[in-house]
Design a protein around this ligand. Sequence first.
Ligand code: G3P
Ligand code: CA
Length: 263
Amino acid sequence: ATTEAAKNPHDDVLDIAHRGASGYAPEHTLTSYKMGDRMHGDYIEIDLQMTKDGKLIAMHDETVDRTTDGTGKVKDFTLEQIKKLDAGSWFNEKYPQYANPRYEGLKVPTLEEIFKTFGKNKKYYIETKSPDVYPGMEEALLRLVNKYDINKDTLLVQSFSKESLLKVHELDPSVRLIQLLSYKKHAVLTDQEAADMKKYAVGIGPNFNYLDQAYVQTARQAHLDVHPYTVNEATDMQRLIDWGVTGMFTNFPDKLHRLIKEN
Ligand code: G3P
Ligand code: CA
């Protein structure tokens, strides 16, 4: 057993595999999520979109254009049509240094397949994307969470939409929520803003590039977790750890793992 004295003080910093180990493999594929696991990511980060026939799938964009060989809006595709798309070859073309023939022809996973693959005790960090485009997505998410008996002690649901988070909260107050935030210039957080978000969220997820130590301290004083996104360089990771963040999203979970171990 690890003694308290030997315990690394940064072991608690969460390593969130952003879209899986998406620096190395096509984002939001089972391959990318499994790689995130192997690289010691604590959480799998999943963005949700919803098909025409109401199935939740893992995809970042509202259209399939960037991450598959198809074109068009997710909401105009049935799941059967989505499943015909190649969600891997684009990566090989865009990132030849990480290309792998195994990525060709990878499929877009449904949330249901992800839960079946990784089980109820995997740590899932799930984002409701474009909830205004997909009425009912929160209900669909919670239905699957309950169907697969997903461990709610570790589940996190995140969104830029406060409305979507409040809907999840209303449907199931036991689900822990993260308010995502996007700053376009120097980020300032007041005690009042932090206290307001603490009423419904356990933490916040701001973009990392405009933060400073005072921001992180204000959030921590309000007992909010702070999980900045998307941090891919070791120098940025180290600075944020020094400021007291409690985790971060990264496309390179192995890099963050090494840094946490070295600290
Ligand atoms: O969910 C954290 C971060 O991923 C938010 O930005 O656009 O990458 O989903 P985005
Ligand atoms: Ca996300």
